[in-house]
Design a protein around this ligand. Structure first.
Ligand SMILES: C=CC1=C(C)c2cc3[nH]c(cc4nc(cc5[nH]c(cc1n2)c(C)c5CCC(=O)O)C(CCC(=O)O)=C4C)c(C)c3C=C
Ligand SMILES: [Fe+2]
Ligand SMILES: [Fe+2]
Length: 381
C-alpha cells in the first residue's frame, strides 16, 4: 500500500491538492484563480529535466481595466496606460504625447478619481468592475465544473491583474491551451483587438507558448439578446412605472473608426435591432445612442446625453437607459448614466429615470459567458 502510494507520488510529483513551494495548491474561489479540480503536476526527473505539468485548458476572461485606487498616482498610471494604447487613440505619437502628458494627465486623474470615489467598493477597496469581473470568473468556474481540465481566471487589459501575469499563471498551472474571452459583446479594435494584442505580446516572451484562441464577439447571439431583454423587462416591471422611451446606450468611439472599417457601429446597430425585435418595440421606444465622448473629434451619434436632454425638453417624463455593450457595471454606467444622465434628464423637466443594471454576474449574464466559452472550447475539451 505504502509502496503504491510512493509510486503514485513519483509519477505525479505531488499528492493531489497538496501543493509545493513551486506549485502551490490553488483553492477554488481564491482571489485570482478559480480552479475546477486540484492541480496535478509532474516532478522533474532525476536527470534535471524541467518540470512538465499535466495538460490543462485555461479560460481567461478579460475586461477593460480599472485603477488600483482613486488617488492621483493610481489614476494617472491607469489613464496613462489606457490612453497610450494606439488601438484606443490612433493619433501619431509626436502629436499625441504632448497632449496626453502635458494637458490630459495634469487634470484628468484628479477629476476622474473623484468620479471613481462615488462608485468605489469600499468593502474590498476596489472598483465595481474589478469586483464583478472576479465574481464572473468564480461563477464561470463553477458552471464549468463538469469539465475538470479547465482552469478559469480573469484579468484586465489596463491595470491589474494584467493579461501577461494571468497567462503566465495559467501556463504554470499546466495550461497548454488558453481561451481568451474579451468581455465585449460588440467587437471594436479599441477593445477586443487590443486584448488580443496584449496576449500575443506576452506570448512573444514565452519559449513554450500555449495555443491561444480569442473568443469572437456575441452581439447577435440569441442567448445574449434573450438575457439583455429579459434583464430590461424584469427591471422595468419592478419600477412601478413604465418608461415612455428606453435608450440602448453603447460606449462611443470616434466616427472615423467606423470609416476606417471598425465593425463596432454595425454590431451595436444589430444588437439594438435584435433587442427591438425580441421585445416587439418600435425604433422610437428603444433608441440607439452612444455615450462617453472623449476629446474634440466627432464620435458615433446620436450622443446619449444630448438625446436625454432633447427627450426631456420634448416632454418625455419617464426614461430608462440600458447599457447592452457593458458586461459589468462600471464608471461609465454607474456614474455617467445613473448619475450624470439622470441629472440631465431631471434638470430639463424629466420626472422618472432608471438606469438598468448590466448583466453582471446574474444567472442570465453568466449563461451568456458560459455559452460563448463552451462554444469556443469546442475540440479542446
Ligand atoms: C479615449 C478613447 C476611448 C475609446 C475609443 C474608448 C472605447 C471604449 N471603452 C469601453 C469601455 C469602457 N471604458 C471605460 C472608461 C474609459 N474609457 C475611456 C476612453 C475611451 N474608451 C477613458 C479615458 C476611460 C476612463 C474614465 C475616464 O477617464 O473617462 C470603462 C470603465 C472602466 C471602470 O473602471 O469602470 C469601460 C468599461 C468600450 C466598450 C469602448 C469601445 C467600444
Ligand atoms: Fe472607454
Ligand atoms: Fe454600421
Amino acid at each position: 500500500m505504502r509502496a503504491r502510494h510512493r509510486a503514485a507520488q513519483w509519477r505525479t510529483g505531488w499528492t493531489l491538492g497538496g501543493g509545493s513551494p513551486k506549485f502551490p495548491a490553488i483553492k477554488r474561489g481564491s482571489a485570482f484563480m478559480s480552479v475546477s479540480h486540484p492541480v496535478e503536476v509532474t516532478r522533474h526527473s532525476p536527470t534535471g529535466h524541467p518540470p512538465v505539468q499535466a495538460r490543462r485548458v485555461g479560460v481567461l476572461i478579460v475586461n477593460l481595466g480599472t485603477p488600483d485606487g482613486t488617488d492621483y498616482w493610481s489614476m494617472r498610471r491607469y489613464l496613462k496606460e489606457f490612453l497610450s494604447d494606439k488601438r484606443v487613440i490612433d493619433e501619431p505619437r509626436w502629436k499625441w504625447w504632448p497632449i496626453l502628458n502635458l494637458i490630459i494627465l495634469q487634470t484628468r486623474p484628479q477629476k476622474k478619481g473623484r468620479d471613481y470615489e462615488t462608485i468605489w467598493n469600499r468593502e474590498l477597496d476596489e472598483s465595481p468592475l474589478r469586483t464583478i469581473t472576479r465574481s464572473q470568473s468564480q461563477k464561470l468556474s463553477g458552471l464549468l465544473g463538469d469539465v475538470p481540465e479547465v482552469v478559469v481566471d480573469w484579468g484586465m487589459r489596463y491595470g491589474n491583474p494584467s493579461i501577461p501575469s494571468r497567462l503566465e499563471a495559467l501556463q504554470t498551472m499546466g495550461c497548454d491551451r488558453i481561451l481568451v474571452v474579451p468581455l465585449y459583446p460588440q467587437y471594436s479594435a479599441a477593445t477586443t483587438a487590443t486584448v488580443a494584442d496584449k496576449a500575443f505580446d506576452a506570448l512573444k516572451e514565452m519559449r513554450w507558448q500555449p495555443a491561444v484562441r480569442i473568443a469572437p464577439p456575441w452581439h447577435d447571439d440569441p442567448v445574449y439578446i434573450e438575457a439583455i431583454t429579459s434583464q430590461m423587462t424584469k427591471h422595468i416591471a419592478g419600477l412601478g412605472w413604465d418608461p415612455e422611451v428606453v435608450l440602448a446606450s453603447f460606449h462611443g468611439v470616434p466616427q472615423r473608426y467606423l470609416e476606417l472599417g471598425d465593425p463596432y457601429h454595425c454590431h451595436c446597430v444589430k444588437t439594438a435591432r435584435l433587442m427591438r425585435e425580441k421585445l416587439g418595440w418600435s425604433e422610437d421606444r428603444l433608441r440607439l445612442t452612444f455615450q462617453s465622448l472623449f476629446g474634440p473629434e466627432e464620435w458615433l451619434k446620436p450622443y446619449t446625453d444630448k438625446t436625454v436632454e432633447a427627450l426631456a425638453k420634448s416632454g418625455v417624463k419617464r426614461l430608462a437607459i440600458v447599457n447592452p455593450g457593458f458586461t459589468a457595471d462600471c464608471l461609465e454606467t454607474l456614474e455617467e448614466i445613473a448619475g450624470e444622465n439622470a441629472e440631465i434628464f431631471k434638470h430639463h423637466g424629466g420626472e422618472q429615470f432608471a438606469a438598468i443594471p448590466c448583466l453582471n454576474d446574474t444567472e442570465a449574464g453568466m449563461r451568456v459567458i458560459e455559452t460563448v466559452t463552451r462554444r469556443e472550447l469546442s475540440g479542446w475539451v
